[in-house]
Design a protein around this ligand. Structure first.
Ligand code: ADP
Ligand code: MG
Length: 223
């Protein structure tokens, strides 16, 4: 469904250039839970942003359902981001003046789509948020806020969930709880998860662990 072919990314910096990705070849399978591990600065976020259409690659190709994205226009990337991808970031990025339910359905409403309330309610139940729906984000713990952000990412029914250090602000027990829920929901709703972490223990929850070092794939194995 999603394939990176020789993906390279250069960032111009002053007079020079940073080669953040030096030729990444990867294929993701449907319903796979993949962890991306690697030291700080190795290119994890760059790769995730390219997969999610948030940033452009310098060379190579990103194939979506067998189709090249080389000739994608802004409009094509917008459609891809809005319909195929759900993002979960380390900072939960919830809207402080909207309650939990409003935050979860916001991307659907911004997209002008009808909310599938029974689907959204099943996500809410799976993530254990039923009793918090009218709370504002600042009335929730960090773990609860990240569960809301996960619900929001899942609610648009994306094929792929991209998570960049999603538990970076949570303690280790809460991290395991939140990732366990992410795993259960994605299995239930048939979604692929690509999750960046630098925590070996959390990576073990995935089915596949990809290691990146200095802009290259240094390991790729099924757990
Ligand atoms: P990671 O997420 O693994 O910590 P990043 O993908 O954020 O790594 O960064 C990879 C490399 O690219 C680093 O050397 C970083 O400094 C550089 N980099 C990332 N974003 C930019 C940018 N916008 N401009 C210039 N250099 C960048
Ligand atoms: Mg990063």
């Amino acid at each position: 469904m999603l394939e990176l072919k020789g993906i390279q990314k250069d960032y111009p910096v002053g007079e020079g250039v940073v080669h953040a990705l030096k030729g990444i070849d990867l294929r993701f399978r449907t319903n796979e839970f993949v962890a991306i591990l690697g030291p700080s600065g190795c290119g994890k976020t760059t790769m995730l942003n390219i997969i999610g259409g948030l940033d452009q690659y310098t060379a190579g190709d990103l194939m979506i359902n067998g189709k090249s994205t080389k000739d994608f226009k802004d409009r094509d990337w917008d459609t891809y981001r809005n319909h195929s991808i759900g993002f979960v970031f380390q900072s939960y990025n919830l809207v402080p003046v909207l309650n939990v339910y409003e935050n979860i359905v916001l991307p659907i409403e911004l997209d002008g789509e009808k909310v599938d309330h029974s689907f959204v309610n099943s996500i809410i139940a799976t993530l254990g948020l039923e009793s918090k729906l009218t709370n504002l984000p600042n009335q929730l713990s960090g773990g609860q806020q990240q569960r809301v952000a996960i619900a929001r990412a899942l609610a648009t029914k994306p094929a792929i969930i991209l998570a960049d250090e999603p538990t970076g602000n949570l303690d280790s027990k809460t991290s395991l709880d939140v990732l366990g829920l992410l795993k259960v929901t994605s299995e239930k709703f048939g979604q692929t998860i690509v999750m960046i972490t630098h925590n070996e223990e959390l990576a073990q929850m995935a089915q596949r662990i990809i290691r990146i070092e200095d802009g290259r794939i240094a390991g790729d194995r099924n757990v």
